[in-house]
Design a protein around this ligand. Sequence first.
Ligand code: PMV
Length: 326
Amino acid sequence: MRKVTIKASADVALVKYWGKKDEKLRLPENGSLSMKLEGIETTTTVEFREGLAKDDVKIDGEFKNNEVRRVIKHLDRVRDLARFNLKAKVVSVNNFPKATGLSSSGSGFAALTMAASRAAGLDLDEKDLSILARLGSGSACRCVCGGFVEWLNGDSSKTSYAKTILSKKHWDIRDVVVVVESKRKSVSSTEGHNYSGTSLLYKERQKRIEKKIKKVKLAIREKEFGKLGKLVEAEALEFHSVLLTSDPPLLAWYPGTVQVMHEVLKMREEGVEAYFTISTGFNVHVLTLPIFEERVKKRIKRLALVEDVLLAKVGGKPEEIEKHLY
Ligand code: PMV
């Protein structure tokens, strides 16, 4: 069978999904919007082979039990669709620290879904790939798309998928991705979703989220960076207010996270158009325009609690590449 390698970029959620109406199917309580990130990527090679007694899965050079189990479960979904039972060899690498709030499960399961389905001989379109990827990791359903992406708020597995709303050519936005810590977070988002409803703020958030999605989409369509930045930053703070007021509370930020947030506010006072957003981790996305990118990078790099700075721009759809990992 064919050996397939896919490179998929992660995304940054501009309006975040939090809470699930169906845990098993990973159906979110709300729709969400994101931007793909060229430069922040997972590459995965998959080959189904005769004679393999079990799946052989290596991620970033390691064989971690819980990660491997989740990958094998996903391979089983592909095998069910392809109606065969061959085991696979899977090698996957990330060019950014995983499980630190930078959507590595999104890019990881998008790359795995595409590589495994093609290696199994399946020819799935974007919608079916998105539905399949969602079963592995929620945000992965957005990562099979490109550019600016919307995950529709469907009520069933068939209607809960993501689509590209505008391609990466629409607008050149930059994301200065700030790593304040590269070791994995203690609470995964998969677990965190379960506590969402315990926050007294959650219901109010949900009431307003459709309207917010419309506003953010309009700011993207009309390329109004100031409007977009303000909405996205306020959304991140609202989202973290839900995390902080949940039971158990989830304090995702580290001291370095807060240092970066303050620096962004300071830069804005000086006329630099930069806005932060943070997912369920401590690392920070600083969204800016190309003219400010270098300045933002330099300022952030100087901060005492910053480990590394990665540069990303709006990314496209996952791509099949010739260079296999094994
Ligand atoms: O896809 P998951 O289960 O890793 O959850 C992602 C949750 C957020 O990153 C906080 C929001 C989002 O929409 O990506």
